[in-house]
Design a protein around this ligand. Structure first.
Ligand code: PHE
Length: 448
């Protein structure tokens, strides 16, 4: 492999890398966004399409992005530029790195706002603020939070500061160490929550809602949303996995690591659904409530059950952790870029990127209150950032990455990266050259 560049960090172990990648993948997308998207898109039909997208499109694209990073050993933009040149391809391929880095940057701005919600609820849970809440009170508390730009700003700022703090500590000392501690803790807590859900009245309906598809509910819109979410939840199309791959040594088996990441991510998303929907159904709440879903459902339970203060505190703590291990990965491509392309050191690069993203986050959080009337193409700033990235930048970047690996990278080097038998390699080629790209394109076109 190419020599490790000076100042360019590396993961300390295979396990550390996999956990960091799982830490990136498992985040608000799994615990906050997946359940409400299922709710808004009519349940199990969405889940079914989502699972297919993960297996046939997401998995090969994770491998493609890691491969670009590992062969490039630089930030996503420079990795793409170097690889395109080395393989005699157009300089235009650099756009994959540019749009990926841009997407990560834009996503973090609003991701941090929601990370701030998690922090704010953590404090409420800890102080027993959910006790005796009914569903009206829970809704009012959530809307009250959104209506208060001052406290949203404080929480968003705190969350960005935590994120930047970890990133400034570096690849193995910050990103890897945080994930190694936080991810196992998240798994244990979620299992407890599912156990609680399984014992409640709504569990049967939740199972049906998640796993008994009514395909008449499938529309182009739903399919596109499922694909966009598959990218989002696997942290694809935003340079993150390219950056994580650039800190990778040659020993790690990419296919096996990708399978682990995809499985863990899916298990946690489904687990979140099994924790949350029983509560929704048992309390007569609306599964299509939208982005407020977990924030207006879970407090009801935590306010009611014995041990609710402890369980609630743990839940929102771990939601915060899940968000944090994803947020650090979103900051990484911008930081890696600044570090490699400017005289700034790790800390300076982190501060600069963090401050700009923070400022954009302020615009996003104002769209819940002061700027709620500011509409761009009919969307407020928050929704615009979300839609622009998950429906547009992510699929396009991911498409670019997989087409590049499928069609432009030297075949021998790809084969060497994957360590596959010839049959396995033929299958891999089929998937990266045709199945994944066509899948992305078809969904795009049919949504138009
Ligand atoms: N995958 C993360 C989630 O599901 C979000 C994320 C997207 C993180 C992109 C990094 C990059 O919450």
């Amino acid at each position: 492999m190419s020599a490790v560049k000076q100042g360019h960090g590396q993961w300390s172990s295979r396990m550390g890398f996999v956990l960091a990648a799982v830490g990136s993948a498992v985040g608000l997308g799994n615990i906050w966004k997946f359940p409400y998207m299922v709710g808004q898109s009519g349940g199990a039909a969405f889940v079914a399409v989502y699972l297919v997208c993960i297996a046939l499109i997401g998995l090969p694209i994770i491998v493609a992005e890691w491969m670009i990073g590992r062969r490039g050993q630089k930030n996503p933009i420079n990795s793409m530029a170097d690889l395109a040149e080395a393989n005699g391809r157009s300089k235009g391929w650099v756009m994959v790195g540019v749009s990926g880095t841009l997407a990560g940057f834009l996503i973090l701005s609003f991701y941090s706002v929601i990370g701030g919600w998690a922090l704010s609820y953590l404090l409420d849970a800890l102080s027993g603020g959910f006790s005796g809440m009914d569903s009206d009170a829970a809704g009012a508390a959530f809307n009250g939070m959104l209506g208060n730009p001052g406290s949203l700003t404080i929480w968003h700022t705190a969350f960005m500061a935590l994120t930047a703090g970890v990133v400034a500590l570096g690849v193995s000392g910050g990103l890897e160490r945080a994930s190694k501690i936080l991810m196992p803790a998240l798994g244990v807590l979620l299992a407890l929550m599912v156990g609680y859900g399984a014992a409640s009245d709504g569990f049967g309906r939740a199972l049906e809602y998640l796993f008994a598809p009514d395909f008449s509910k499938l529309t182009g819109e739903v399919v596109l949303a499922a694909l966009g979410h598959a990218f989002f939840t696997l942290s694809l199309g935003m340079g993150v996995m390219i950056a994580y791959g650039s800190y990778l040594g040659q020993k790690v088996n990419l296919l096996r690591a990708a399978r682990t990441v995809a499985i863990m991510d899916t298990v946690i998303a489904l687990g979140a659904g099994l924790a949350i929907f029983p509560i929704v159904f048992a309390n007569g709440l609306d599964p299509a409530a939208g982005p407020g879903l977990i924030f207006v459902t879970l407090p009801l339970v935590f306010g009611k059950i014995t041990g609710g203060v402890i369980l609630g505190t743990m839940f929102f703590l771990l939601l915060t952790f899940a968000a944090l291990t994803s947020a650090i990965s979103l900051l990484e491509p911008s930081v890696e870029l600044l570090q490699e392309r400017t005289p700034l050191g790790r800390v300076g690069a982190t501060v600069l990127a963090g401050v700009v993203i923070w400022a954009l986050g302020i615009a996003a959080l104002l769209s819940f209150n002061v700027w709620s009337d500011v509409l761009i193409f009919g969307n407020n700033i928050f929704d615009l950032l979300d839609k622009l990235t998950s429906k547009f930048l992510l699929p396009l970047t991911a498409l670019g990455a997989v087409v590049f690996v499928g069609w432009c990278l030297n075949r021998d080097s790809v084969r060497e990266e994957l360590d596959l038998s010839s049959g396995g390699f033929a299958l891999w080629n089929l998937v990266v050259r045709f199945v994944a790209p066509i899948g992305v394109i078809v969904v795009f076109v049919s949504s138009l």
